[in-house]
Structures are given as structure tokens and as C-alpha cells.
Ligand binder design. Sequence first.
Ligand code: J9Q
Length: 253
Amino acid sequence: MRIDVLTLFPKLFEEPFGYGIFKRAAENGLVRVNLVDIRDYAHDKHRTADDYPYGGGAGMVMKPEPLFEAVEAVAREAPGGRVILLTPQGRPFRQELAAELAGEDHLVFICGHYEGVDERVREHLATDEISIGDYVLTGGEIPAMVVMDAVLRLVPGVLGSDESPLEESHAGGLLEYPQYTRPPDYRGWKVPEVLLSGNHGEIAAWRREQELKRTLARRPDLLEKIELGPEHRKALDRLKKRGPDNEDSKDRE
Ligand code: J9Q
């Protein structure tokens, strides 16, 4: 997969993608991340990328010319990629969209800044608009990194065989069960007995119950979106009969 990132701050991407699985993926030729400085496509000696909004108002707007010309330069090297604008107005980013993008050969991310980008970029340049959530940020760089992280780890070969993407939170649509490692007693807080039992059937049942309990307490919306398997169905019925348990809902509204 090729990824082009159009940004005013290309250096921001060097550190996070220079380590671990991303570094290995690049070395193995599974992914190429090409950082494009939007200012390289500005038209003036000051490398201006923004301007005042027509109609007045606070803040600046990103000019269309550098963005169009940067995407066109990328497309001359590698045509046909999805052109993704990160914006709070975009399609909510979830695991299913990550999986969809992981099937593409080429993604181009446009990281907007200031108060926004000229509307013609949305209308005539972007093929996709993505939001990572409802909060105000300074720019699209961190959202682009979030999307890249979620997508790249789904590209075949990027994760090692013991880091299978299937087992993890959200892949199955439920929150993860609690994890423990040594020591078995830390400051008097004990690892649940069942995990030390070596009884794999009981451990699997405990984990199923824990992930359902957590999801019910913290993210009941997730339970409505998914089709539970027969084991999870039965475990959820049992849980609901037993009634609520507040342990998992602390610190939540
Ligand atoms: C560019 N807040 O926010 C949520 N998803 C994307 C964004 C965003 C932002 C500001 C600029 C993207």
C-alpha cells in the first residue's frame, strides 16, 4: 500500500511511523509512506497555503491551488488513490471503515489546518471525508495518524503472526476482557483464580462473560450493532438475569 500525506507539518509523521510494526512494514515493502509538504505547491515566494475567508469571519482558510496541485503531482506518480480529507464533518471512523481502506492499494490523506479548507477541495478533490470523533483539534495530522495506524495494522503481513488483529478490542465488536500478567498478587490485588487454573474451557467462559459485562456497562450501543454467537448469546442472557453490577461503570456518565 502506498500512502501519501499532504500536510503543512511533514516532520510530525517521521517519529510515529519510524518505529515498530510500521518501520518493519516499510522495510518489508508492504507500505510506503510519502510525506508531501503542501507549501512546496504554493505559488508565491512566501509559500502561502492559507488566506482570509470570503464573507469575513475569524481564522484562515486553506487555499485550493496548493492542495489540488499536490494531489495532481501524486496522481501523476500513482493514479487512482482514494483522496481522504480529515474533517469533523466526515464519515465517522470505525473499524469497518479501517478494514475497507486496508483493501486499497493507495491512500492520499489531506490534513487541513486553520478554520478549514476551501469548499472546492471537498467537492472536487476529496473522494472521502473522515472524522475520528466529535472534538475540536488544531489540524488533520493526528486524525490522519489515527486512521493510518488502524488501517496499516490490517494490511496483510504488517502484524506478526502472534499479533493477530482478530483477537483484539472491537474486531469482534465487543470490548476486551481484562488482561493480567505476573505477579499473581500485586499489593494485595489478586489475579482472578480462574486465570491461574489452567482450565481453558473455564477461562474462555470467564473471558466471554467479562467482555459482555464490560460492553453492557460501558458501551451498550455496541451490543445493538453486532450479531452475537451462540456462546455469547447464552452468556448475555445469564448476565441479564443476574441483574446489574456497578463494578464496571465507575467513572462513567
Ligand atoms: C482537521 N478537528 O476532528 C475529528 N476528526 C477530524 C477532525 C479534524 C479537526 C480539525 C482539523 C480534522
